[in-house]
Design a protein around this ligand. Structure first.
Ligand code: ADE
Length: 224
């Protein structure tokens, strides 16, 4: 999969991509992440890409031309989805991640400052995603979240694909508790069933715990 990130701050991403699962996905050539610095399309010596909002008010707006030029530089006439990160977008979830997993190439557009020019959103952006009901300074952190969620699902990246399939949210529920050695930690015991070797019972226990935790913490998921 190719992920093109359009950003004013490409340097933000370097440590994130050089560790853990994103690093493995890139090394195994399952994922390629390209960075396009929106300022390279500013068209002026000062590399300025923002301007005052029409109608007045606080905050600056990212100008449309550098955004459109950088999108078209990537698309070159091809239909590549353009995802814009904004608190106004639909809330990102595992189903949406899987929707994009089947795309060979996507564009992640990171806004900054107050907003980007609405015409880019109306005519060039194909989807708007939010990572939660709070406001960040820009789309870089949401883009990293999307890259991470996609990287770990690429074929051959996780050593055990079952591990991804039993994650929270994969089946619409939160995950069950996990334990490792020692079985007795100063009197804090691992549940007997997990030591029993009876895989049918273990599966039932995990399913039951998954349901209980979802009921307690996110009953809205059960309604869905
Ligand atoms: N940009 C700023 N805040 C955001 C959020 N909560 N989700 C996605 N993009 C954002």
């Amino acid at each position: 999969m190719i992920i093109n990130v359009l950003t004013l701050f490409p340097d933000c991403f370097s440590s994130f991509l050089s560790e853990s699962i994103p690093k493995i996905a890139i090394e195994k050539e399952k994922l390629k992440v390209n960075f396009i610095d929106i300022r390279d399309f500013s068209g002026n010596k000062q590399r300025q890409v923002d301007d005052y909002p029409y109608g007045g008010g606080s905050g600056m707006v990212v100008k449309p031309e550098p955004l459109i030029d950088s999108i078209q530089f990537i698309q070159k006439g091809k239909k590549i989805p353009v995802i814009y990160f904004t608190p106004q977008g639909r809330l990102l979830n595992q189903q949406i991640v899987r929707q994009y997993l089947i795309e060979p190439e996507i564009i992640l557009l990171c806004g900054h400052y107050k907003e980007i020019d609405q015409r880019v959103r109306d005519y060039f952006v194909t989807d708007e995603l939010s990572i939660g009901d709070y406001v960040l300074s820009g789309g870089e952190l949401p883009a990293m979240i999307m890259i991470d969620a996609l990287a770990r699902l690429q074929d051959g990246v996780l050593s055990d694909i079952d591990s991804a399939l039993t994650d929270s949210h994969e089946n619409g529920l939160l995950g069950h508790p996990h334990y490792t050695r020692p079985a007795d930690l100063n009197g804090m015991q691992v549940p007997d069933v997990l030591l029993s070797g009876n895989h049918k019972k273990i599966d039932e226990w995990r399913q039951q715990k998954s349901l209980e935790i979802t009921q307690q913490r996110r009953s809205d998921l059960l309604d869905k």
